[in-house]
Design a protein around this ligand. Structure first.
Ligand code: ATP
Ligand code: MG
Length: 579
């Protein structure tokens, strides 16, 4: 990942460069990517991954992968494994530096005891509801807890008993003693430890008290010697709290830098929302090709390079913006244009019999694998008397501007012959076109004619006797409107300004789900070279888009293709238009 063609520049990289010039942190750059293992990674995480790993690698530093696993009730090993796989798939390497916040539980406990001994933390017996009421609002200060002035000795004793499991969940918490009148609600004696009688995926039943995310995150960074703790903007208001912890504990103080999270049109990027999509069955799982997860994008046919290029294109800024989904699609087209072999696949087949072609003859025509990359070579495709063309490439009454096949008209078959339609066979009952009869010009092999006459239309085709059956899945956006949630990812309680992260949702995503996000075509016909197509491999089906062999449902006997994207690039077009 070193030697990038060009190194991006942004405000985060400028801060790091200035620190290096000032020889801060002994000239070291240590960053980290800190996921909570409560879901699969999505394209927004890719932005953070590319930033953290990128900044480290550009500066000869290192980036840690650290799981912020402080919530035993929502976290699972499945998520840890998928996150590791996805980061590696994107092409980044944490080397030796894989960490878990849960490995620091003992140190964090000691830190909490130090705060108690220094008169900076206390055990509070208020109920969660009361804590909320005492907290005040954005416009009104909070009130001190009646337990705020407990003696150090009493606090130490109570906290030990909390750890020993003597109290019920919800009966007591440990809180930092800061300022109930602070204009920053995060500083109003935040909870730093709570009782949770739950097994943790790594520490098992060793603990029944768990540190909160806020008490864990900054100290974990400090323990690891992280120099630049890069996070998203919603943590800006938490920074004074993190600073207070680090200063009170008198430990190494990483520098927190906030940047704007990625938002994408037609997409939700909040794990809470993604969990909802999976749980309610709107998708088949985290790796459904319609999901913005890295595993979904991978299954859809996205390459790591395309996602890294996308992350570079969108850049890193301090203000929230919404990026067009079309830009992500542009990135994968740009990449696959160079690497995906061109093949012929007919999605909605129409049978064509070439009347004057010898009955048992089979010819092998030459076809270039990728005109963008002549080193990709060429292959042979069988041609015979009965072929399939795309149903939409024939019109009985061609409208103006339609140049493909119609009665009496001649067109070119890609890399094969010119054919002319001489008869149309229809279903007697429905009137639907069932079969076409054509003649071919034996002198037009390879698309050239002896007399040099031109045709305007070229169709892709497959030989009926040689074609392979395939299932093709076409995707639309999962949501029918560009802004499916109509709210920030982590909504704030209107009254208290506190994140509603773990509150049930009032708004249902159902209203925004696109009922046509998946179209399954069966009986598609693809050229025989695809018999050896392996799961995950990508192709351009001429005129139909980029496709990828499904890595879950495709088998040698039942080929399944996902359409990654159609060919038409709306982003490139509008960019051109914008000049
Ligand atoms: P939620 O979606 O519920 O807010 P999360 O996605 O923030 O959760 P984390 O596991 O905390 O989940 O994320 C790990 C890191 O990825 C954090 O540093 C977070 O700031 C960053 N991150 C998450 N979402 C985005 C996004 N959309 N754009 C950029 N970075 C993101
Ligand atoms: Mg988060």
């Amino acid at each position: 990942m070193t030697n990038e063609a060009r190194t991006p520049s942004d405000f985060v990289r400028n801060i790091v460069a200035n620190d290096l010039r000032a020889a801060k942190n002994g000239g070291q750059v240590i960053t980290r990517f800190p996921p909570e293992p409560n879901g699969y990674l999505h394209i927004g995480h890719a932005k953070s991954i590319c930033l953290n790993f990128g900044v480290a690698s550009e500066n000869g530093g290192r980036c840690h992968l650290r799981f912020d696993d402080t919530n035993p009730t929502k976290e699972e090993v499945e998520f840890v494994d998928s996150i590791k796989e996805d980061v590696q798939w994107l092409g980044w390497d944490w080397g030796e530096h894989l960490y878990f916040a849960s490995d620091y539980f003992e140190s964090l406990y000691d830190y909490a005891v130090k705060l108690i001994r220094d008169g900076k933390a206390y055990v509070c017996d208020l109920s969660p509801q009361e804590i909320r009421e005492y907290r005040g609002t954005l416009t009104e200060p909070g009130k001190n807890s009646p337990y705020r002035d407990r003696s150090t000795e009493e606090n130490v004793g109570l906290f030990e008993k909390m750890r020993a499991g003597d109290y019920d969940e919800g009966s007591r918490v440990l809180r930092a003693k800061i300022d109930m009148a602070s204009p920053n609600i995060n500083l109003r004696d935040p909870v730093i430890y709570r009782i949770l009688k739950a097994s943790h995926h790594r520490t098992g039943d060793s603990w029944c008290i768990y540190p909160t995310y806020d008490f864990t995150h900054g100290q974990s960074d400090s323990i690891e010697g992280v120099t630049h703790s890069i996070c998203t903007l919603e943590f800006e208001d938490h920074r004074p709290l993190y600073d207070w912890f680090l200063e009170s504990l008198e430990i190494f103080h990483p520098q927190q830098i906030e940047f704007a999270r990625l938002n994408l049109t037609y997409t939700v990027l909040s794990k809470r929302r993604l969990i909802e999509l999976v749980a309610k069955g709107y998708v088949t799982g985290w790796d459904d090709p319609r999901m913005p997860t890295l595993s979904g994008l991978r299954r859809r046919g996205y390459t790591p390079e395309s996602i890294r290029n996308f992350c570079e294109k969108i850049g890193v800024a301090k203000r929230d913006t919404v990026v067009e989904l079309a830009l992500l699609e542009h990135s994968i087209r740009e990449d696959l244009n160079h690497r995906a072999p061109r093949v012929m696949g007919v999605l909605r087949p129409l049978k064509v019999v070439i009347d004057n072609y010898p009955e048992d003859q089979v010819e092998e025509v030459d076809s270039v694998n990728n005109p963008e990359d002549m080193s990709a070579g060429s292959r042979k495709i069988p041609f015979s008397k009965v072929i399939y063309i795309e149903r939409e490439d024939f019109r009985e009454d061609p409208p103006k501007g339609f140049f493909r096949l119609s009665p009496g008209r001649e067109v070119r078959l890609k890399d094969a012959y010119y054919i002319t339609c001489v008869d149309v066979i229809k279903d007697k009952d429905t009137g639907e076109v069932e079969e076409l009869h054509c003649t071919y010009d034996p002198e037009s092999q390879g698309g050239q004619t002896a007399d040099g006459r031109k045709v305007r239309g070229t169709s892709h085709w497959v030989s009926a006797a040689h074609a392979i059956d395939a299932e093709v899945r076409l995707y639309g956006t999962l949501f029918s409107n560009a802004d499916p949630t109509g709210e920030p990812d982590d909504p704030l309680d209107a009254e208290t300004g506190i994140e509603l992260n773990h509150q049930p949702d009032g708004q249902d995503l159902a209203a925004h789900i696109n009922p046509d996000s998946l179209e399954i075509l069966t009986g598609c016909k693809v050229e025989p070279s695809l018999a050896s197509a392996t799961p995950g491999s990508t192709y351009q089906f001429l005129r139909q888009g980029y496709f990828c062999v499904d890595s879950v449902d495709s088998t040698p006997g039942h080929l399944v293709f996902n359409r990654t994207v159609p060919l038409r690039d709306s982003w490139a077009r509008t960019e051109k238009f914008r000049g």
